[in-house]
Design a protein around this ligand. Structure first.
Ligand code: IPE
Ligand code: IPE
Ligand code: MG
Length: 255
């Protein structure tokens, strides 16, 4: 079933994930298959970002989190890193007004201190512009690493204890979660990875604890609304048990 209309039928009766995250992988291989340089793949990937943002809005997904640049991606050739930064800057400047028009709240999560002042300022400006929007929350993970996220949360708690703002006994899963990057969003329901590899690559380690994982061979620039709806349909078929028995989970759904 590859027809978009057929895939979206009865969207209302479907179990739509509240929070979807995507590891947008496969740009380089897509470009190589076309006989082009890797950069062409990153540029083509921007169109897929537009498509999934539009789809997420239509499906009334509350939060969409996209992995754009990992803390490990600095190890790539300097030229590729620099093109990715330029592309990020270009997309920010060009697309944010459109996001704002659609009531989307935009934020960038990750260690932003390593980015240029210009890029940091542009990010802050875009976040401020859309801060009061009440529709989809679009988070871009840039210089993000799951281990970094957990470490910075632990550091914040340690500092609060040291300053006497909280006690050691107050440290628990809830208070640690509150210090992680996406604490203000619904729990992550669905984690998609394109590009055929079945790994998390240091993305949302804490947040993915009970997320449904969806891996597809489709390379990111080929990922579109149809592919996105397929992932949502697959999620709809999953039985989420959260440690309970299947019978318990099904009874809870009926209640
Ligand atoms: C993902 O595509 C984009 C980033 C990591 C920035 P890749 O650039 O990793 O593409 P492949 O995996 O080499 O094909
Ligand atoms: C993960 O892709 C990071 C992003 C999509 C931004 P990578 O291409 O960096 O992951 P690995 O290196 O194959 O694990
Ligand atoms: Mg890759």
């Amino acid at each position: 079933m590859d027809n978009l209309e057929a895939l979206v039928t009865q969207r209302e009766s479907k179990n739509i994930p509240e929070h979807i995250a995507i590891i947008m992988d496969g740009n380089g291989r897509w470009a190589q298959l076309q006989g082009k340089g890797r950069v062409a793949g990153h540029k083509a990937g921007v169109e897929s970002v537009r498509a999934v943002v539009a789809s997420a809005r239509k499906s009334k997904v509350k939060a969409l989190t996209l992995f754009a640049f990992s803390s490990e991606n600095w190890q790539r050739p300097a030229k590729e890193v620099s093109v990715l930064m330029d592309l990020f800057m270009y997309v920010l400047t060009k697309e944010v007004k459109r996001l704002h028009k659609h009531n989307i709240r935009f934020q960038v999560v990750g260690d932003l201190s390593r980015f240029s002042d210009k890029l940091q300022k542009n990010i802050a400006k875009s976040e401020l512009l859309t801060a009061k929007n009440t529709g989809l929350v679009l988070s871009i993970a840039a210089n993000y690493g799951g281990r970094w996220d957990i470490t910075q949360a632990a550091k914040k708690l340690a500092s609060d204890v040291k300053q006497g703002i909280m006690s050691l006994a107050d440290i628990n899963e809830t208070t640690l979660n509150e210090q992680t990057c996406l604490a203000n969003l619904p729990t992550l329901d669905l984690l998609i990875r394109t590009g055929g590899d079945c790994r998390i690559s240091n993305f949302l380690l804490w947040q993915a604890a009970y997320a449904e994982l969806y891996f597809t061979d489709t390379l990111w620039p080929d990922f579109n609304e149809i592919q996105f709806e397929k992932a949502i349909n697959c999620f709809d078929q999953r039985e989420r048990r959260f440690g309970k028995t299947g019978e318990q989970a099904r009874n809870e759904q009926v209640e």
